[in-house]
Design a protein around this ligand. Structure first.
Ligand code: NAD
Length: 296
């Protein structure tokens, strides 16, 4: 049985850590929220009261944290992984963070002989539970190879996109496409409603044509039902588009549409919708169109 560390046991991390347990790993778990550790201990995991305990017990450690500052703190901060991990440790950071943060962390730990692979995921909670996430990785081919057994448990596909940071650049591209899809879907559904055509019939008529998409199939039914239970929260999408805009600024990539959708998401956040699913972009259109998609 092989030891693996898992830090960050939220919506995504918890089911991922459970899948590693089911696959026969001895999983050393840590989260600042101790209640989440207890849930993993109930499932057979080993609860740790500090990052140090994880780092001294495991030579492979997965992190699944909200954003760059938390990943930096857990790896580079006082009492963090880098302070205690043995030479040769591989950190697999599966959080969605800024590509430059991945590069910065990797460069900081390299002199200690600790390696980082950035491996963010797409698929959300259902695919985290099923172990069918799409994994996009950045790192050396050797580190990618070493992480393969873990990726096989957690995902249905894992692609090495390039050097460290490339996994997160890929994830930003993914998040731009998802946000754009949801925004234009909202616009189109509202056009149907305002023009007096049943949006539900429009969805059924077009979903198998060129306009159809995985995003449309997942999000149109939620919009039509007015059900915005997350899923993927508006606030997390703001975080991703913020990282995308920052990366675009640094690299000179024009992100016209992302900037506009960011404003819509920020408006929704101000309206108290930060914890709603990102399909609540429909609510932005409802506000400016003066009507709801769903018949009242
Ligand atoms: P979450 O907020 O549910 O979980 C994050 C966990 O990290 C929490 O349990 C929190 O207590 C813990 N944490 C925060 N700071 C910590 C620290 N310093 N030390 C230890 N633990 C700490 O978030 P999530 O939905 O699981 O998302 C995690 C990452 O995965 C994010 O980067 C997100 O963008 C990405 N992601 C989420 C989804 C989704 O559908 N939720 C899909 C794909 C990718």
């Amino acid at each position: 049985m092989k030891e693996i560390g898992f830090i960050g046991l939220g919506i995504m991390g918890k089911p991922m850590a459970k899948n590693l347990l089911k696959a026969g790993y001895r999983v050393y778990t840590y989260d600042v929220n101790y209640a989440e550790i207890d849930k993993l201990v109930e499932a057979g995991g080993i609860g740790c009261s500090s990052i140090e305990e994880v780092a001294v017990s495991c030579s492979t450690i997965v992190t699944m944290l909200p954003n760059s500052p938390q990943v930096k703190e857990v790896i580079l901060g006082e009492g963090g992984i880098a302070q205690y991990a043995a030479k040769g440790t591989l950190i697999i950071d599966m959080s969605s963070i800024a590509p430059d943060a991945s590069k910065e962390i990797s460069a900081a730990i390299a002199p200690k002989g600790i390696r980082l692979i950035d491996a963010p995921v797409s698929g959300g909670e259902p695919k985290a539970v099923d172990g069918t996430l799409a994994i996009m990785a950045g790192g050396s081919p050797e580190d990618f190879q070493e992480a393969q057994p873990v990726f096989e448990v957690l995902g249905s596909s894992a692609v090495l996109v390039g050097d460290v940071g490339s996994g997160n650049t890929c994830k930003l591209a993914n998040q731009i496409i998802v946000a754009g899809n949801i925004a234009v879907l909202s616009e189109a559904m509202m056009l149907a409603k305002k023009a007096g055509t049943d949006p539900e019939k429009v969805f059924h008529a077009i979903s198998r044509g060129l306009a159809g998409s995985t995003v449309m199939n997942a999000k149109a039914p939620m919009m039509l039902a007015g059900n915005y239970k997350p899923g993927f929260k508006i606030d997390l999408h703001i975080k991703d588009l913020n990282n995308a805009l920052e990366t675009g600024y640094k690299s000179g990539a024009p992100l016209l549409l992302s900037a506009q959708i960011m404003q819509m998401l920020q408006t929704l956040h101000q309206d108290g919708e930060g914890a709603s699913d990102h399909s609540a972009l429909m609510k932005y259109y409802e506000k400016i169109a003066g009507t709801t998609l769903k018949e009242e």
